[in-house]
Ligand binder design. Sequence first.
Ligand SMILES: [Fe+2]
Length: 162
Amino acid sequence: MEKHRMNTRGNGYPEGVCQDGECASSTSVLWSKRLELGIERLDQEHRELVAGFSGLLLMLKQRASGEVVRQRFQHCFDLLLEHLRYEEELMVRYHYPRYNQHIMATSDLVKSVFEIGRRLDGQRSSGQLQGRIELAIQEGLFRHIDQVDRPLADYLRLRGMV
Ligand SMILES: [Fe+2]
């Protein structure tokens, strides 16, 4: 059993809140209210992504086996692709005017997360690797939510589309 057990919302995905309270100081990849966009499904999927990557970092810090880490990474990557497909579906359905910019930005995000997987495959866990992953998540995922998804959420919400 993992040392740090995550809460769940009944959907099998971690919530990102550590039950024993030790996780908060263990990783800087944590959900925060400022990341909320006010659209339930987007917020929920973003929380799952943050919790997933936070769990990945904790596994690295706990020196989990390479296979376990690889599985967690694949889970996070699959969640990300599924999430981006949903956003694309929303943009197409509601004729989002900034579709192209959104797709370009998400393409960069996918590349940076893919690069994380490559590094996980090629290196043993180290503090330097963990730091690079934390930075990639903060600059990639958090920026994606705050700067790329927020305008989409505003567009959808202000027009009562979701
Ligand atoms: Fe998103």
